[in-house]
Design a protein around this ligand. Structure first.
Ligand code: F6P
Length: 553
């Protein structure tokens, strides 16, 4: 059966079922949350010396410690009942089988197929999908090796020294985050840059560091219709061809897109066009040709290790029982904190400088996926969905927003992530980072009670009981990074299932994009009258901008 002809049939998508909040499992959790209202997490540790062992688990080198959440064995049982009610076991099979899990766009979400080794024994999307992926991966390997070895050069025969990825959202955040996270593996002499914003200064700041003869541009866009990417591409093309001539475009520009027709129309050579497909969502696409900047930076073999790490998490997610399943546990703890502890913001704090783009990547992954208010049946949800995701690298974060985390009236949950070893010399500072991560997690849970030496003062009061997950890896190598990213992808998927929303569409971002296209000509004065479709604030602001522009010397 063709992958796109399969239908997504599941009990949780059955419109005749009860609203989620009226189900027995949900209500049991609400009652349980009331019973737990006055509990303190640090007391659970006093009662149970084995709590850490009972509430942590490993997948390969990745340890997930969730013991600092306000949960008991009973809480976990209730949460797992809720996941069973949502049919998580069948839904994960549907994802891997290539069923239409993205119903509003009629698409599968086959990112796990991209990392599925051909001999894995897991069927992911069927032979048609496997063949397409094999061809793409061969193409990526050949091309990247030729660039890295200098077989493929720029128009004047010079070896490439700089790669500029032009793309935004999923065509930027994933590859940028991974490229930076894998800095210790970069090939010397080949620098990879990322430009996303429709603000010419971002591009020109990057191009100031580049020599046109030695610069390769990757235009990465699933649709190849995104305004920011097309504008930056046009500017970069002009910068290059003004110096090297029109034909230089063919050697210096490659496209990564699902819209190959547009790519050919724009002049990209077919062998410089890397295709992916509508069954790969933008924010899940770094495993596809969208990962080309990563491949150029670290080499194909390292990229394969990244895919293998993600595949190891896929296999675990698909096969482990729910009570020992890391993405399921992480997802259900999130649901406990969001829906039953009323914690609506979640911080991601990597204690690893090279992971500083992880919060931004997870912002899109979680908020674009699960920031939804309508179920797949079109019914308004009666509960919270995606929390506000934010974060920054520790210890910077500690010196900016941690004050609110410790003493603000609105509790926030957090993930603290760190490697124990470093691949490069860090002057022995790794342990400093780890000490801060552990200290913060302890203080967030214990509150004031942790500091017995300080004089009592209301201003020092810290409520504690703020839940944290701690993720520890030996080293942030490509394999481990793959494990971590796939963990979050599946967490998001499981939460979407439980909340009965479609994690794979993003209709909300479309409206603003369309409106901006209408406003642009009005701002530049190309059209004489301001559209009367705007509210008076928008109209007033457009008028004000026009008047300032007209008054400018
Ligand atoms: O922000 C909306 C969005 O559609 C994202 O989902 C996507 O990653 C991004 O725009 C970029 O889209 P494209 O890859 O088609 O340029």
């Amino acid at each position: 059966m063709n992958v796109l002809q399969r239908t997504f049939n599941s009990v949780s998508r059955n419109s005749s079922e009860l609203p989620l909040e009226q189900t027995l499992c949900w209500q049991a959790l609400e009652r349980h949350a009331k019973e737990m209202a006055h509990e303190r997490t640090n007391n659970f540790f006093k009662i149970d010396p084995e709590r850490f062992n009972r509430h942590s688990l490993n997948v390969g080198d990745l340890l997930f410690d969730y013991s600092k959440n306000k949960v008991t064995e009973r809480t976990m049982d209730f949460l797992l009942d809720l996941s069973r009610q949502a049919n998580v076991e069948d839904q994960r099979k549907a994802l891997f089988a290539g069923e239409i899990v993205n119903a509003s766009e009629g698409r599968a979400a086959l990112h796990p197929a991209l990392r599925n080794p051909h001999e894995s024994g897991i069927s992911c999307g069927g032979p048609e999908v496997t063949e397409k992926i094999k061809d793409l991966q061969k193409h990526l390997q050949r091309f990247s090796e030729d660039i890295r070895s200098g077989v493929l050069t720029g128009a004047t025969g010079q070896r490439f020294s700089d790669v500029v990825n032009i793309g935004i959202g999923g065509s930027n955040l994933g590859p940028e985050m991974v490229t930076e996270a894998l800095t210790p593996y970069h090939q010397p002499g080949l620098r990879v840059h990322f430009v996303s914003n429709a603000d010419g200064r971002e591009l020109s700041r990057t191009l100031m560091q580049c020599n046109p003869e030695r610069t390769l541009f990757i235009v990465s866009s699933k649709t190849l219709k995104t305004q920011e990417t097309l504008l930056n591409t046009a500017l970069a093309r002009r910068w290059l061809t003004e110096i090297l001539g029109e034909d230089a475009f063919f050697d210096h520009f490659v496209a990564v897109t699902a819209n190959t027709e547009n790519a050919h129309h724009m002049g990209f050579k077919p062998k410089h066009t890397f295709e992916y497909w509508d069954w790969i969502g933008g924010r899940f696409s770094l495993w596809s040709a969208v990962g080309l900047p990563v491949i150029l930076a670290v080499g194909y073999d390292r990229f394969r290790e990244l895919l293998d790490g993600a595949h190891a998490m896929d296999r675990h997610f698909l096969e482990a029982p729910l009570e020992k399943n890391m993405p399921v546990l992480m997802a259900m703890l999130g649901i406990w904190n969001i829906n039953f502890q009323k914690i609506c913001a979640h911080a991601v704090i990597p204690y690893d400088f090279h992971l500083n783009r992880l919060p931004a990547f997870l912002q899109q992954l979680e908020m674009e996926s699960n920031g939804k208010s309508v179920t797949t049946d079109g019914v308004a949800v009666g509960y919270d969905t995606s929390p506000i995701i934010f974060g920054a690298a520790g210890t910077d974060a500690q010196h900016s927003f941690f004050q609110q985390l410790h003493q603000g009236p609105r509790p926030v949950s957090s993930d603290l992530i760190f490697p124990v070893e470093e691949q490069e010399d860090n002057d022995g500072l790794r342990d400093v980072q780890i000490s801060h991560a552990l200290a913060q997690a302890g203080a967030l849970m214990n509150g004031s009670s942790i500091d017995t030496t300080a004089a009592p003062s209301r201003f020092r009061d810290m409520p504690g009981n703020r839940p944290t997950n701690t993720l520890v890896v030996r080293r942030m190598d490509p394999h481990t990074l793959g494990l971590v990213i796939a963990l979050y992808e599946h967490k998001v998927f499981v939460q979407g299932i439980v909340w009965r929303i479609n994690s794979f569409d993003q209709w909300g971002v479309e409206a603003g994009k369309k409106l901006a296209m209408k406003i642009l000509p009005e701002l530049s004065g190309d059209i004489p009258h301001i559209s009367n479709q705007h509210d008076s604030s928008t109209r007033g602001l457009i008028d004000y901008c026009r008047s300032l522009k007209q008054a400018a010397p």
